[in-house]
Design a protein around this ligand. Structure first.
Ligand SMILES: Nc1ncnc2c1ncn2[C@@H]1O[C@H](COP(=O)(O)OP(=O)(O)OP(=O)(O)O)[C@@H](O)[C@H]1O
Ligand SMILES: [Mg+2]
Length: 336
């Protein structure tokens, strides 16, 4: 429960991103809309989970919110400043406050350099502490993520996957960020290790008041960690809201299908039948008209093909884009 008024840290507005693709021998160019009409606000200290099937635009959204990729249209304000309108030096200054943690820490760690030297990179680049204080600060960061002190002098390959992810997190924390995008940060880890890294992220979020965009296929992890959930389908947000609402009584049939296809997360309430997600995901180059989910939706009717449904309010901070959506209400007898 949030007790203080929420303070917006990052605000993405009207975000769209297309990737032109070349197809076949004739070389016709077709666009993939990786993101369309996305509005997303993240408050200080808030953890927003992004879920949806592969290719629905989660990583694209994460990269744009972090300024690592530019949207085709739309803006991202970080702490009230338009990221993509800033000069190089201004942007670099803000970059310190935003960091990314990837699925594969090996991709971002240099196998030849010591862990300590790599944690120190951000400290140097952004002048976080005076040069003579760097060793102390590196030791503090290592301790903060649960690495032993002697880890500092070793190289990344000497560590297990979970420890390597701790190293990557320490590197990200070095610049004292306010915002972290974690893109599938535990998906590559053994299940037994995942919980430890998730718990670390929860502790850090609380201790450092970090805002986090947490991208994951794993609904269990997302439910455990996130205050708010964003559900994406073919580049659009189809439902967003408080984690207990979205997971407890999903308003969008896609959210419901995602949950039903996850063992032990079947939602209560209106029963749409015992289904897993039927059919194939349509091609993002040629999405269905109207509601893109209608080709797999058990509730679809002709009207669903007519227009993209707006994200309509379902409750406080809770919206869903479905003309048949409605929060699942407990059965109340009709008044006589
Ligand atoms: N650099 C790129 N060039 C061309 N197409 C891209 C590029 N990046 C992403 N796409 C396309 O944009 C769509 C969204 O991709 P994105 O990586 O954001 O999805 P995702 O939800 O992160 O998927 P996953 O769960 O597999 O990581 C996909 O159709 C993908 O093929
Ligand atoms: Mg991705």
């Amino acid at each position: 429960m949030q007790t203080e008024p929420e303070q917006t840290l990052i605000e993405g507005r009207g975000l769209a991103r297309n990737f032109p693709q070349r197809r076949g021998l004739l070389g016709q160019a077709r666009d993939v809309w990786a993101l369309r009409d996305v509005n997303l606000t993240i408050a200080r200290g808030e953890t927003v989970g992004v879920v949806g099937e592969s290719g629905c635009g989660k990583s694209t959204l994460g990269r744009i919110m972090l300024g690592l990729d530019e949207p085709t249209t739309g803006t991202v304000d970080f702490d009230g400043r338009d990221l993509f309108a800033l000069s190089g030096p201004e942007r670099r200054k803000l970059a310190r406050r935003m960091q990314m943690v990837f699925q594969d820490p090996f991709g971002s760690l240099d196998p030849r350099r010591s862990v300590g030297a790599q944690i120190a990179d951000g400290l140097r680049t952004h002048d976080i502490v005076p040069a003579n204080e760097i060793p102390t600060e590196v030791a503090r960061l290592a301790q903060q993520v649960g690495l032993s002190h002697d880890a500092i002098n070793r190289r990344p390959h000497e560590f297990s996957g979970g420890q390597r992810q701790r190293i990557a997190i320490a590197r990200a924390l070095a610049t004292r960020p306010d915002f972290i995008v974690a893109d599938e940060p535990v998906s590559a880890l053994d299940v037994s290790i995942q919980a430890q890294v998730v718990n670390l992220l929860m502790d850090l979020r609380r201790d450092l008041n970090l805002a986090m965009l947490f991208i994951s296929h794993d609904l269990h992890v997302v439910r455990h960690l996130c205050n708010r959930i964003v559900v994406m389908y073919l580049g659009r947000i189809v439902e967003e809201g408080p984690a207990d609402k979205v997971f407890g009584s999903p308003a969008h049939p896609y959210t419901r299908a995602l949950l039903e296809s996850t063992p032990s997360m079947k939602p209560t309430g209106r029963d749409l039948g015992d289904r897993v997600l039927p059919g194939e995901l349509p091609s993002p180059m040629n999405p269905p008209s109207g509601c893109a989910f209608r080709t797999r939706c058990p509730l679809a009717e002709p009207a669903c093909a007519q227009a993209v449904p707006p994200l309509d309010p379902q409750g406080p901070g809770w919206r869903a884009a479905c003309i048949k959506a409605g929060p699942v209400k407990p059965a109340i007898p009709e008044p006589a």
